[in-house]
Each structure stands twice: as structure tokens, then as C-alpha cells.
Design a protein around this ligand. Sequence first.
Ligand code: ASP
Length: 314
Amino acid sequence: MIDQKIVFLGTGGTIAGTAANAFEHSRYTAAQVGVHELLAVLPGWHNGSGAERYLVEQVAQLDSKDMGFDVWAKLALRVAHFLAQDDVQGIVITHGSDTLEETAYFLQALLAPEKPVVMTCAMRPSNAVVPDGPQNLLDALAVASSRGASGVTVVCAGAIYGAEDVQKIHPYRLNAFSAGDAGPIGFVECGHLRLLRDWPRGQAASLVSELADAAWPRVEIVMSYAGADGMVVRALLKAGVKGLVVAATGNGTVHQDLEAALVLAIQQGVKVLRATRCAEGQLLLGTHDVLPLAPGLTPVKARIALMLDLMRAP
Ligand code: ASP
């Protein structure tokens, strides 16, 4: 029987952040501490026995507000590499909370892994007087170690969320995420998993080998709101945008002037998708639908889906 390993990939974030004052939770610098140092909380780390079970790599070190395609490509290639190893049971990725849902959705849409890829974060810097990162790491380890777990998930404040559903909904509280009306996949309670529904499943986009030199298509998000007149869309068309996601009001409604500009974009060969600005629920087909729907995806995730589509079939 092969000794099953857990891989830890560090990318930065508040979980690796430090503050000048340990009581300060909002003024700090993200991405200061290496992932090896964060893992000091793991069982077996101190006496050295962890070294055999854990493989650790610092893939990037950034505040996730600055996440970019270069880091996504590097991360996806490392995740794909480790998933292909027979002796790897699962992967934990430490990441900033700000764009966590985007990276999670990107990895799920791209790889649809059968093994668990568990992303975690923290809302307080690593040297806070009571940091939340260590418990989140232990909970993520519990999920990644669990036989039968699969897909890309996010673990924060004891809850496990699916990559498609998870959204950051609060700027600073420890439980900053929600899966809306889909609800969490389950909870980690004293190291044990209590599952409420199935793990994320899907079809991999099979683009991994192209990623290193991929030209990422420019896809932008525009929002429908009072007075949205399509000026931004016309400027983006001039700039050569390849895809547009409209963050529509309510059940996918779009201001008539913005809609006219988006119809023009489609006529010029630009792919357009409609998602809702609403925090919860899914778009239902309406009576006057002119623009294609991205059902069940938030605008930022619809953008990733459209980018991957355009990479597959430009
Ligand atoms: N700005 C930080 C980041 O996304 C916030 C966090 O990690 O909570 O890296």
C-alpha cells in the first residue's frame, strides 16, 4: 500500500500576512510568511515525521487581489502535476480570500479533479493574537485527507463549500463565505467531516497543456444599473475585447441602452453572457431574453467560463 501524501501549495493571502500590531485585523500586509512556516501547526511537523507525509511548495506569494493569469497557469500546472501522482491523496492550497472563489472555480472548471483540491484562507493575519488560519489549515487537511472527497472545495470557518457555489460575502468576519441557497457541502467538526451533499463533479476543460503559453482572451464584466447607456461596451469594442459578461439586474434584466450595445457586440463577433447581480439564486428563462444566459454563475465565474470557452474555441 502506497503511503498517501498531502500536497500543500502556498500562494500568499492574509493567512500568510503579518500586522505590525497583533490586535490589528484590518491593517496588515498579506503574503509575508512562507507556506512552510504556516504548516508548523500540522500534526507531525515538529518532530519531523510530517516531512514524509507532506509535500510543500510555494507557488506564489501575493495578496490575492492582485491574482493574475500567470499565477493561475502556474498553479493549475502544479495541481495537475500532483493530481497525477499515485501516492498523492489530496491537495491543500493556501490563498487570499478576496479572489478565492475565482481561483477555485477556475481550477474546478479546468481540472474537475477526482481527488480533493481544498482551498483555504484566513481573515486575520498570521501573527494576530487569535489567528484563524491555523484552524482553517487543519480543517482543510481533514478534507484533503478524506477518502471519497473530490473536486475543488473551499474550507473556511469550519464549513466546506463547492467551487461553483462559493462566494465571499463579508469583508472581515471570520465566516466570510457563503454558498447562497446551494448551502455548504458540509462541515468539519473536531477533525471529522459532516457531509450534507455531494462533492463537486464535472468535466475537465482539457486545456492544461496549453496553459503555459496560452493567450488569455480579454473578457470584461459590465454592469446593468440605472443610467447604464452602453458607453463602456462601445469603448471595450474599440479596445478589441473578445468576450463580455453583463452583471444583469434581478432575473437577468438589462437596461435597454446597454442591451443595444451588447447586441452590437454580438454582431461584431464578441461572445456575451448574462449573469445576475443578485447575491443568491439562479437565473430563470425570461420572456424577452436577447442575450445568452450563464445559469448558476456569478459574473466573475461567468467571466472565467467564457475565457475557458474562448481558449477552447477562439
Ligand atoms: N487581500 C487579502 C487577499 O485576498 C485578503 C485575505 O486573504 O483575506 O490575499
